[in-house]
Design a protein around this ligand. Sequence first.
Ligand code: FES
Length: 65
Amino acid sequence: MNKTKITVRNNGSLFVQGEFELVDADGNVFETKPAISLCRCGLSDNKPFCDGSHKGNFESVVKAK
Ligand code: FES
């Protein structure tokens, strides 16, 4: 079984690859693709997806220890 991979992008989104289901707080399923970017900055007009609004407006670099 392939694990779903989520990459925390520097100054950007959460990049999700693999098999997953994305639902809202009521359990309704979002239509998705095999790889998606989820907004981590809060600026997207297309939440929960990233629309590129983070570029130049968001700084966050996190590293796993
Ligand atoms: S992370 Fe890209 S718009 Fe928020």
